[in-house]
Design a binder for this molecule. Structure first.
Ligand code: HEC
Length: 130
Protein backbone atom coordinates (compact mmCIF):
# COMPACT_ATOMS: atom_id res chain seq x y z
CA UNK A 1 0.00 0.00 0.00
CA UNK A 2 2.81 2.40 0.91
CA UNK A 3 4.46 1.70 -2.39
CA UNK A 4 1.32 2.66 -4.30
CA UNK A 5 1.09 5.94 -2.41
CA UNK A 6 4.72 6.63 -3.19
CA UNK A 7 4.21 5.97 -6.90
CA UNK A 8 1.12 8.15 -6.85
CA UNK A 9 3.01 11.14 -5.42
CA UNK A 10 5.92 10.50 -7.75
CA UNK A 11 3.56 10.64 -10.73
CA UNK A 12 2.08 13.94 -9.51
CA UNK A 13 5.53 15.43 -8.94
CA UNK A 14 6.63 14.46 -12.42
CA UNK A 15 3.48 15.95 -13.93
CA UNK A 16 4.00 19.22 -12.07
CA UNK A 17 7.65 19.34 -13.11
CA UNK A 18 6.66 18.74 -16.73
CA UNK A 19 4.07 21.51 -16.61
CA UNK A 20 6.66 23.91 -15.21
CA UNK A 21 9.30 22.94 -17.75
CA UNK A 22 7.02 22.91 -20.79
CA UNK A 23 5.21 26.06 -19.63
CA UNK A 24 2.14 25.61 -21.81
CA UNK A 25 0.66 28.75 -23.38
CA UNK A 26 -2.53 29.91 -21.68
CA UNK A 27 -5.75 29.02 -23.44
CA UNK A 28 -7.37 31.92 -25.28
CA UNK A 29 -9.93 33.66 -23.13
CA UNK A 30 -8.34 32.58 -19.86
CA UNK A 31 -7.42 35.15 -17.25
CA UNK A 32 -3.83 35.00 -18.45
CA UNK A 33 -4.43 36.72 -21.79
CA UNK A 34 -2.75 40.09 -22.04
CA UNK A 35 -5.09 43.05 -21.57
CA UNK A 36 -5.97 45.08 -24.67
CA UNK A 37 -3.51 47.91 -25.19
CA UNK A 38 -4.76 51.45 -25.72
CA UNK A 39 -5.31 52.27 -29.38
CA UNK A 40 -4.01 55.23 -31.36
CA UNK A 41 -4.77 58.92 -30.97
CA UNK A 42 -6.99 60.72 -33.47
CA UNK A 43 -5.13 62.00 -36.54
CA UNK A 44 -4.91 65.83 -36.70
CA UNK A 45 -7.24 66.04 -39.70
CA UNK A 46 -9.96 64.23 -37.76
CA UNK A 47 -9.26 66.04 -34.49
CA UNK A 48 -9.73 69.40 -36.23
CA UNK A 49 -13.30 68.56 -37.30
CA UNK A 50 -14.23 66.76 -34.12
CA UNK A 51 -13.00 69.64 -31.98
CA UNK A 52 -15.23 72.21 -33.62
CA UNK A 53 -18.26 70.02 -34.34
CA UNK A 54 -18.42 67.37 -31.63
CA UNK A 55 -16.45 68.27 -28.52
CA UNK A 56 -18.99 70.74 -27.19
CA UNK A 57 -20.74 67.57 -26.05
CA UNK A 58 -18.44 64.58 -26.62
CA UNK A 59 -15.63 65.62 -24.25
CA UNK A 60 -14.74 65.46 -20.56
CA UNK A 61 -16.44 68.81 -19.94
CA UNK A 62 -19.30 68.03 -22.32
CA UNK A 63 -22.74 66.50 -22.12
CA UNK A 64 -23.09 63.49 -19.81
CA UNK A 65 -25.13 61.41 -22.28
CA UNK A 66 -22.89 62.29 -25.21
CA UNK A 67 -19.56 61.52 -23.58
CA UNK A 68 -20.97 58.22 -22.32
CA UNK A 69 -21.31 57.18 -25.97
CA UNK A 70 -18.11 58.73 -27.34
CA UNK A 71 -15.60 60.85 -25.44
CA UNK A 72 -13.03 62.43 -27.74
CA UNK A 73 -10.99 63.63 -24.72
CA UNK A 74 -10.18 60.04 -23.84
CA UNK A 75 -10.21 58.52 -27.35
CA UNK A 76 -6.59 57.38 -27.05
CA UNK A 77 -7.45 55.17 -24.08
CA UNK A 78 -10.02 53.15 -26.08
CA UNK A 79 -8.57 49.85 -27.25
CA UNK A 80 -8.36 49.03 -30.97
CA UNK A 81 -11.59 47.07 -30.97
CA UNK A 82 -13.55 49.88 -29.32
CA UNK A 83 -12.04 52.54 -31.59
CA UNK A 84 -12.99 50.46 -34.61
CA UNK A 85 -16.63 50.17 -33.51
CA UNK A 86 -16.98 53.79 -32.38
CA UNK A 87 -15.37 55.11 -35.55
CA UNK A 88 -17.85 53.16 -37.69
CA UNK A 89 -20.71 54.58 -35.63
CA UNK A 90 -19.31 58.12 -35.93
CA UNK A 91 -19.17 57.87 -39.73
CA UNK A 92 -22.71 56.49 -39.78
CA UNK A 93 -24.05 59.36 -37.63
CA UNK A 94 -22.33 61.91 -39.87
CA UNK A 95 -23.54 60.29 -43.08
CA UNK A 96 -27.14 60.27 -41.82
CA UNK A 97 -26.62 63.85 -40.54
CA UNK A 98 -27.88 62.64 -37.14
CA UNK A 99 -24.82 64.20 -35.51
CA UNK A 100 -24.24 66.95 -34.61
CA UNK A 101 -27.87 67.30 -33.43
CA UNK A 102 -30.06 69.55 -35.60
CA UNK A 103 -30.69 72.03 -32.83
CA UNK A 104 -26.98 72.46 -32.17
CA UNK A 105 -26.31 72.93 -35.88
CA UNK A 106 -28.92 75.68 -36.05
CA UNK A 107 -27.03 77.58 -33.37
CA UNK A 108 -23.52 76.80 -34.69
CA UNK A 109 -23.91 77.14 -38.44
CA UNK A 110 -20.21 77.89 -38.98
CA UNK A 111 -19.17 74.66 -37.22
CA UNK A 112 -21.48 72.23 -39.02
CA UNK A 113 -19.27 69.64 -40.76
CA UNK A 114 -19.05 70.10 -44.54
CA UNK A 115 -19.28 67.16 -46.93
CA UNK A 116 -15.48 67.28 -47.34
CA UNK A 117 -15.03 67.09 -43.57
CA UNK A 118 -17.45 64.17 -43.32
CA UNK A 119 -15.43 62.43 -46.04
CA UNK A 120 -12.21 62.92 -44.06
CA UNK A 121 -13.80 61.31 -41.01
CA UNK A 122 -15.38 58.43 -42.89
CA UNK A 123 -12.16 57.67 -44.77
CA UNK A 124 -10.35 57.53 -41.43
CA UNK A 125 -13.13 55.42 -39.89
CA UNK A 126 -12.98 52.97 -42.80
CA UNK A 127 -9.21 52.70 -42.48
CA UNK A 128 -9.63 51.39 -38.92
CA UNK A 129 -11.97 48.55 -39.92
CA UNK A 130 -10.35 45.12 -39.99
C1 HEC B 1 -25.14 69.20 -28.79
C2 HEC B 1 -24.40 68.09 -28.33
C3 HEC B 1 -23.79 67.12 -29.32
C4 HEC B 1 -22.93 67.41 -30.37
C5 HEC B 1 -22.40 68.76 -30.81
C6 HEC B 1 -22.60 66.13 -30.97
N1 HEC B 1 -23.25 65.11 -30.32
FE1 HEC B 1 -23.10 63.12 -30.71
N2 HEC B 1 -24.42 62.71 -29.20
C7 HEC B 1 -24.99 63.65 -28.36
C8 HEC B 1 -25.82 62.98 -27.40
C9 HEC B 1 -26.60 63.65 -26.28
C10 HEC B 1 -25.73 61.61 -27.67
C11 HEC B 1 -26.35 60.45 -26.92
C12 HEC B 1 -27.81 60.39 -27.06
C13 HEC B 1 -28.23 59.54 -28.18
O1 HEC B 1 -27.75 58.43 -28.30
O2 HEC B 1 -29.09 59.99 -28.94
C14 HEC B 1 -24.86 61.47 -28.82
C15 HEC B 1 -24.54 60.26 -29.41
C16 HEC B 1 -23.57 60.11 -30.40
C17 HEC B 1 -23.13 58.84 -30.94
C18 HEC B 1 -23.63 57.49 -30.52
C19 HEC B 1 -24.85 57.15 -31.30
C20 HEC B 1 -25.40 55.83 -30.91
O3 HEC B 1 -26.62 55.74 -30.79
O4 HEC B 1 -24.62 54.89 -30.71
C21 HEC B 1 -22.18 59.11 -31.87
C22 HEC B 1 -21.40 58.11 -32.70
C23 HEC B 1 -22.04 60.55 -31.94
N3 HEC B 1 -22.90 61.12 -31.03
C24 HEC B 1 -21.16 61.20 -32.78
C25 HEC B 1 -21.05 62.58 -32.85
C26 HEC B 1 -20.14 63.24 -33.76
C27 HEC B 1 -19.19 62.54 -34.72
C28 HEC B 1 -20.31 64.58 -33.56
C29 HEC B 1 -19.61 65.70 -34.28
C30 HEC B 1 -19.65 65.69 -35.72
C31 HEC B 1 -21.33 64.76 -32.54
N4 HEC B 1 -21.74 63.51 -32.13
C32 HEC B 1 -21.75 65.97 -32.05
C33 HEC B 1 -24.79 65.01 -28.42
C34 HEC B 1 -23.99 65.68 -29.31
Amino acid sequence: MKKIMFLFFLAISISLALILVLNPQPVNGSKYTTPALPGTELPDSVMKVVKKACMDCHADDGNFMAKGKVNFSTWGSYDDQKQMKKAASICKQLTKSSMPPKKWCANNLEAVPTQAEKDVICRWANSLQK
